[in-house]
Design a protein around this ligand. Structure first.
Ligand SMILES: *Cc1c(COP(=O)(O)O)cnc(C)c1O
Length: 357
């Protein structure tokens, strides 16, 4: 029996979306393949609120995160971390020999405008990375606060990890001057894992042109040139099956309406947050709560794996903590095509089984 996933990726995929992946293959150098990429790019621009070019990568989101920091850092990257995924972005920089410094916030807290101002005003950095939504802690950074500071430094390439939020939070790339906005298929987009997506600005492309060693598979400039010049193709064979599913899924987004989709996420988040406050405590700063995943402090010291075993009997699965707070927290994801009714059912089920633990 399938367990419904309330973990922050991979998420459940609707059967009709999964079905798209069984369509017959086409050649990746055909007009049909170009049309598919072009169609995805047009819809993705709407979802990202941008006019910039859209690149796909047959990898998980980490591929484009590594590609961004390696391809576009000319002198030094400032990596702001609010948890496990920011820490990983720093590792990606150093593992590639990219000069970088990491600026951490206390776990559960956001990156602050004052922190960013202090770091960028040194003039040492020409690329900045921000985790929009830290899946380990349930903190969503506020781009309204951070972007105006970052935009004061026009030479700095602004990269955002929105892997666990794009599609659930409204993120307006052009309004915030985001040069590279990254997400992947298996979280808020509601698809199987294996495809990453980013937007890329002309500024980021110009920066990449000045970087001699960008690698190859995740070289954003190489990807950009193929999409622009071929046009709408990729240097190597992309996951056409996932592209079919993504194209179809983006039509579903537009049918639901983007604002309605974000509102549904906000409603689901409010339900889980209310439950968390009544039964445990929220781990994150309450002014910076994620709309897609809630991290709950395990104040009652319950056995989370025992809870998950009980939930499995009802075909549900939630998530334990991640990284440094693995044993102190647990997480409930409310993203993609999950409905508020399914959240109600899950919470009712947890209430029922908690006394049995
Ligand atoms: C899941 C996640 C990643 C890693 O993405 P993959 O697609 O697994 O490579 C990066 N950042 C955040 C915030 C995530 O939630």
């Amino acid at each position: 029996m399938h367990k419904r996933l309330f973990i922050p990726g991979p998420v459940d995929v609707l059967p009709e979306v999964l079905n798209q992946m069984t369509r017959p293959m086409i050649g990746h150098r055909t007009k049909d393949a170009s049309a598919l990429q072009g169609s995805i790019a047009d819809k993705m621009r709407k979802l990202m609120y941008t006019e910039n070019e859209i690149l796909l990568s047959t990898s998980s989101g980490s591929g484009l995160m590594e590609g961004a920091v390696r391809s576009c850092t000319r002198t030094r990257a400032a990596v702001f971390s609010i948890g496990a995924f920011g820490d990983r972005w720093y590792k990606m920089a150093t593992a590639n020999g990219v000069p970088a410094d990491i600026f951490r916030s206390e776990l559960g807290q956001p990156t602050t405008a004052a922190q960013v101002e202090e770091v960028l005003s040194t003039g040492k950095y020409d690329l900045i990375t921000i985790t929009h939504n830290e899946t380990a802690t349930g903190v969503a950074n506020n781009l309204e606060e951070l972007a105006p500071i970052i935009n004061k430094y026009p030479d700095v390439v602004f990269c955002v990890d929105a892997v666990s939020s794009l599609g659930g939070h409204k993120i307006e790339a052009d309004k915030h001057g985001i040069d590279i906005l990254i997400t992947s298929s298996q979280k808020c987009l509601g698809l199987p894992p294996g495809l990453a997506v980013c937007s890329i600005s002309e500024k980021a492309v110009k920066a990449a042109e000045q970087v001699p060693n960008r690698g190859l598979y995740f070289d954003l400039l190489e990807l950009y040139k193929f999409v622009k010049e071929k046009p709408h193709q990729y240097p190597s064979t992309p996951s056409l099956a996932l592209m079919y599913a993504l194209d179809y899924q983006l039509d579903r987004f537009m049918e639901e309406g983007l604002e309605a989709r974000f509102a549904r996420h906000s409603m689901m988040a409010a339900k889980v947050q209310k439950w968390a406050v009544e039964n445990f405590e929220l781990f994150a700063n309450p002014n910076y709560l994620s709309q897609t995943v809630t991290c709950i402090s395990n104040t009652k010291g319950i056995d989370v794996s025992a809870l998950n075993k009980k939930l499995a009997e009802h075909n549900y699965m939630i998530s334990n903590g991640y990284g440094k707070i693995k044993d102190k927290t647990f997480r409930i994801a409310h993203m993609a095509d999950t409905t508020p009714e399914q959240i109600d059912e899950l919470l009712t089920c947890i209430d029922k089984v908690l006394p049995e633990l």
